[in-house]
Design a protein around this ligand. Structure first.
Ligand code: AMP
Ligand code: MG
Length: 388
């Protein structure tokens, strides 16, 4: 048995051979850059107008209006002292421009431009290199591409990006009692639901699973299922069969397949019977079968490993602190990740903390961490991870 921080440290310490690939810009959302990106030119490349208005030469309140420059135009406009041109947002400002005045503060009468106020030098001009200089570091290796990053890479004209590949994931569910939704079930059987949560949470964080397999609680079948699954994945997620029951065959079956155990059992609630193992550059998590345990273990342990395997510079869900909306005491006897709801800047710990109870997790949006034996008052700060 390891503590939560030991389990996280073991995951963090894994050395992984990362692979790189080239992806079109439009398909790189959620990937991490596999090399530093330097700006190929100054951004912006030329001084341009931040407003629709008038480019002014000299600082006056009256100008001779001598022409117009639209965005995307390349013709050189020459301005002399006391002259102005009509200009539009993003258009290159003429060489001798002192300032741009927004059109709302101007009026024009028979070829003369009048300003409502005195302009200031440099006003409303976006300077060449104001955002980035040529050769400057834009993003370091490991930067994860969110929508603003895609926008910036696009503005640099980069059509393809070098990114780290993401791991291929397979899912195995175990349990004689499990029947797929939509099929008839006999007395004592239940519907299989974990694989939907696991596939969903993979998708939520930008990962995909390739194959999903269901195997019976039988040592040989489990060995064979794991052998097959490991043929085509980097990360294998097994649900159930990892506890101490007579029908829990996952641990010996992993061992028989040459997977080395890195930890088994974490001092936590839910999700105590969590297993993590490795075979060369492949990783296996055996998640406890109880639905809430399995998902909690995903958020806490599987997600950081998948992100590390994808070359992310930072991994795991960030922790935020919120004040409790009520008093709470953790008397579960273990450090606990509690199903919780963050709302209006406060956190409520929900009823229904059992490992099998998924409705409370579904209605909440966070996991709140409360250490064993801790008594909290209303307003005490609690560490929370937002899960939706
Ligand atoms: P296990 O870890 O295999 O002992 O399973 C613990 C509990 O979780 C049992 O009540 C199982 O029936 C339930 N369970 C295991 N796997 C699943 C699954 N894929 N979907 C829904 N419930 C499951
Ligand atoms: Mg089972």
């Amino acid at each position: 048995m390891v503590t939560i921080s030991e389990a996280l440290r073991i995951i963090d310490e894994q050395k992984i051979n990362l692979k790189s690939q080239t992806l079109p810009l439009g398909e790189s959302l959620g990937y991490a850059l596999s090399k530093d990106t330097l700006s190929p030119f100054h951004v912006p490349e030329f001084d341009n107008s931040a407003m629709d208005g008038y480019a002014l030469c000299g600082l006056y309140q009256e100008y001779r209006l001598v022409g117009e420059v639209a965005a995307g135009e390349s013709k050189e406009v020459r301005l002399s002292d006391g002259e102005a041109v009509r200009i539009f947002t993003g258009a290159k400002v003429p060489h001798a421009t002192s300032a741009v005045m927004m059109q709302e503060k101007t009026s024009v009468e028979s070829g003369t431009l009048f300003l409502d106020e005195m302009p200031r030098i440099g006003q409303n001009i976006r300077k060449r290199g104001g955002q980035l200089s040529e050769g400057q570091l834009v993003f370091g290796k490991g930067h994860v591409l969110a929508p603003p990053s895609l926008s910036l890479m696009g503005s640099l004209g980069l059509e393809h990006l070098e990114v780290f590949s993401k791991p291929r994931v397979n899912i195995i569910t175990t349990g004689n009692e499990l029947v797929p939704p939509g099929q008839p079930k006999a007395e004592g059987q239940i519907y299989e639901s974990n694989s939907y949560a696991i596939a969903g949470v993979l998708q939520q964080f930008g990962f995909q699973h390739q194959h999903k397999m269901q195997i019976k609680d039988d040592l040989e079948a489990t060995k064979k299922g794991i052998k097959n699954a490991l043929e085509s994945c980097d990360v294998l997620l097994v649900s159930g069969g990892i506890s101490v029951g007579d029908y829990d065959f996952v641990r010996p079956a992993l061992e028989a397949n040459g997977v080395d155990e890195l930890f088994y059992k974490v001092l936590q609630k839910p999700g105590k019977p969590l297993y993590f193992g490795r075979r060369t550059n492949q990783f296996v998590f055996a998640l406890p079968g109880n639905p809430a345990s399995s998902l909690t273990c995903f958020y806490m342990y599987v997600l950081p490993l998948l992100q590390k395997f994808s070359g992310y510079g930072k991994v795991g869900l960030p922790t935020y602190q919120f004040p409790l909306s009520h008093a709470y005491e953790n008397n579960f006897g273990r450090p606990s990740f509690l199903k919780a709801h963050v709302f209006n800047g406060k956190v409520e710990i929900l009823d229904g903390q059992g490992s099998s109870m998924i409705q409370s997790m579904a209605l909440g949006n966070a996991l709140a961490f409360v250490d064993d034996g801790i008594q909290l008052k209303e307003g005490d700060m609690v560490d929370c991870k937002l899960i939706s």
